[in-house]
Design a binder for this molecule. Structure first.
Ligand code: PLP
Length: 478
């Protein structure tokens, strides 16, 4: 039967676990986290861009490339003019301190660094989160709705989300952070955001406690609906699609002629960043290798080396934003590997959730051959050494996450094919590690000079779900 409501230009989404492949629009997936069956939303097809068209993009600005790419994923959901306006407002020199938004620096012959961390929170998460803030605000206005973003994080997500949502009238942000675990700088980054729609909650417990509370609150469906509880974690499709953009920009601004191969190295945790690179490649971007770099939390490295996906206990490292026990976004890649068989995908993911381990060796072998994925890891010592070497050779100070990528890049360089490493944070956020490596600390970016001494606001709430619900009831006006 022909579905008449479907036009050729529509972009539809499906859930990675839905055998009936019910479809959703961009606007629908934007405001819902997981699909009802527990799966992740993914486009029904990836748009394809041929080399002739790609050549024409070489002179486009970042905002223009963002429009060209994101427009394909939004489809008919939002009028083109409105989307263009949102993107022009998002990717500005004022916000990202450079007209190129993600400028590229040459480190060595054929090793390049793409700076993704010039945004307001000094981490790459701003690139997606700033877009998300503006597009969610647009949708809420259109649908006359409000949203309470509830999340837990010990790293860069808190300040990136709060910077993106501050002073937005229809959005409130409630972020749970562990009392111990964040650096003074990271604490100050969040705590000094004093807008009245931002609520930083300090929880007496670990990051896991924070995350458990968020999960518990989300189980109360009635409460969730009443307070329009939503999330902006890294599985949010809006974030992934905004991340695809910088792969296109990075490729076009690194190579001379469209068609030349380029290897990409990404410091990885939840696999959101690298997934966007893989999708860019599926869309026709001539990327050769996709190289995953991890720290001591090697879930992804072990998966890509052995084919075993195994949840691990997290160890705290000097690259904390990559400290994960599993890589949530891997499910989207798995779905593609399974030739988009949702039944099988759901079955495997449920098995993983209960047994904490699944063997995918056949799939991973095919995946590595077909898409040229590879992986490697680093230790604290490796990163300290890499920061030192890069500083000595180039005078550039890199952060410990970026160092994880460059360590892997240098170790695995086997040809003249250029490599592009993703710089995911500014070193200022990790002064202790930089001091240990090069004996000095980087000059603070403008506006961050004495951030720890500025006024901060954290709410102390008992560390259980009902206390957090009471807090929301008392503080969020509907
Ligand atoms: C979040 C983060 C990462 C990990 O990115 P994923 O998309 O989760 O793989 C790496 N580096 C920094 C600085 C981050 O903030």
């Amino acid at each position: 039967m022909i579905n008449t409501s479907y036009t050729r230009y529509d972009m539809n989404y499906v859930s990675t676990r839905d055998e009936n492949t019910q479809t959703y629009t961009f606007s629908e997936v934007l405001l819902s986290g997981l699909a009802q069956d527990g799966g992740l939303f993914i486009p029904e097809i990836y748009p394809f861009i041929d080399h002739e068209t790609l050549k024409k993009y070489k002179t486009l600005s970042y905002a223009e490339i963002a429009y060209t790419i994101i427009e394909k994923f939004v489809g008919e959901s939002i009028p083109k003019k409105d989307l263009e306006e949102i993107l022009n407002k998002t990717y500005t020199e004022t916000k990202f301190k450079d007209s190129k938004i993600t400028p590229i620096k040459k480190l060595y012959n054929n090793i390049y660094l793409q700076d993704l961390s010039l945004g307001p929170s000094l981490a790459f998460k701003d690139l997606a989160m700033q877009f998300l803030g503006n597009i969610i605000e647009y949708e809420l206005t259109k649908q006359n709705k409000v949203l309470t973003i509830l999340g837990a994080s010990s790293g860069d997500t808190v300040s990136a989300a709060e910077e993106a949502m501050r002073s937005k009238e229809r959005i409130n942000v409630v972020m749970l952070t562990p009392k111990e675990g964040m650096s003074e700088f990271q604490k100050a980054q969040a705590g000094t955001i004093l807008d009245k729609n931002i609520f930083n909650i300090s929880v007496d417990g670990s990051f896991d406690t924070c995350q458990d509370i968020v999960k518990e609150v989300n189980k109360d469906i009635e409460f969730k609906q009443k307070y329009s509880i939503g999330a902006v974690n890294s599985i949010n499709w809006g974030r992934i699609c905004a991340q695809i953009v910088y792969y296109f920009y990075g490729y076009l601004n690194t190579i001379d002629t469209v068609g030349e191969p380029l290897d990409i190295i990404v410091p990885s945790g939840n696999f959101g960043n690298m997934l966007a690179g893989y999708i860019a490649k599926q869309m026709g971007l001539p990327i050769r290798k996709l190289i995953i770099a991890t720290n001591e939390n090697k879930v992804l490295d072990i998966l890509f080396k052995t084919g075993v996906y195994k949840q691990e206990t997290v160890v705290t490292t000097s690259s904390p934003s990559m400290d994960i026990s599993k890589a949530s976004n891997f499910e989207r890649l798995l779905y593609d590997c399974l030739k988009r068989n949702a039944k099988q995908c759901g079955k495997l993911m449920k098995e993983f959730e209960s047994k904490k381990e699944i063997n995918l060796s056949n799939l991973i072998t095919t995946l590595k051959e077909e898409h040229e994925f590879s992986s490697d890891s680093s230790t604290h010592k490796d990163r300290i050494k890499t920061i030192k070497t890069i500083y000595k050779d180039t005078k550039i100070i890199i952060d410990p996450h970026t160092a994880a990528a460059i360590h892997v890049a240098i170790k695995n360089k086997e040809s003249d094919i250029p490599m592009l490493c993703m710089e995911t944070a500014k070193p200022t956020k990790f002064e202790t590690t930089i001091q240990e490596s090069i004996g000095t600390i980087p000059k603070r970016e403008k506006g961050f000079e004495s951030i720890e001494t500025k006024k901060q606001k954290f709410y102390n709430v008992d560390s259980n779900a009902s206390a957090i619900k009471d807090f929301i009831k008392d503080n969020i006006k509907l």
